[in-house]
Ligand binder design. Sequence first.
Ligand code: TA6
Length: 303
Amino acid sequence: MATGATIAELDRRFGIPGIAQVVEGNGGLPLVKIATPAAAGEMYLHGAHVTSWKPAAQQEVLFMSTHSLWKDGVAIRGGVPICFPWFGDKADGPHAPAHGFVRTKSWQLESIEPAGNAVTVSMFTAGDESTKKWWPADFRLLHRATFGPQLVLELVVTNTGPTSLRFEEAMHAYHRVGDAVKARVSGLDGVAYLDKTDSYRQKTQHGDVVIESETDRVYLNTQHPVALQDTVLHRQIEVIKENSLTTVVWNPWVEKSRSLSDLGEDQWKQMLCIETSNVGNFAVELAPGRQHMMKATVRVTEL
Ligand code: TA6
């Protein structure tokens, strides 16, 4: 396990020649780069943030803004931000960082291990003085990403304290699409959702989700896989969940994207977020000493 080691030391200890390297990424941030015949991938220690997954014979699956800031204390725009221990604004903390504090923290590298024709990168963080000012809890959080013919993301929360924890969590995945207006998301037909663009009114999804305006929905009590059909890039991106009861679908559209200084002009058209999550009334209660693992498996097939 790395504790504040330099990038060269990290590469010496964890690198796998010809497969996995620890290098200096954007903004000088430490980055694990994976390259195998099955897939290429990237994961920053900053937020344990997956920023790229490209299975063989496919184009990049994740969207990355060209205006992302790459610095401590600021979330990377795109890829898969990890939201924990709250989602969105903190109900009792107007000045708390949106989506929790782990996506802007520097995590530690635990291991890089071959897994068949894939590679698994594990990073962890834990409660400390900086987190306890927002959330007085003892916890360990592990983000395990397996880069192969499919992308497997696992978020493991361990309650290392003496009292029960209640937390929200989300893998806020930005998927890259040819044109968000022409994309469709199936698998949520008939599911109730909270519409953030309409004062969180509860509604019911009819048919596929299509992007015709700002779309910001928390689908409730659903474990169903979803599929993002992209007829422009001629592919389908499937997201299969485990231990996740909510799915968030987000596209900022024109106005909201203009308010995001780290999202390039018109880049809202190239992204669609599908977020494996447990938020709101479906937050997780975890007893002392217990573990909870939320998992998302992402698969790409030709359309
Ligand atoms: O997941 C959707 C959402 O909660 C939107 O409301 C929007 O705020 C988005 O997350 C991005 O949040 P961020 O803090 O990364 O700008």
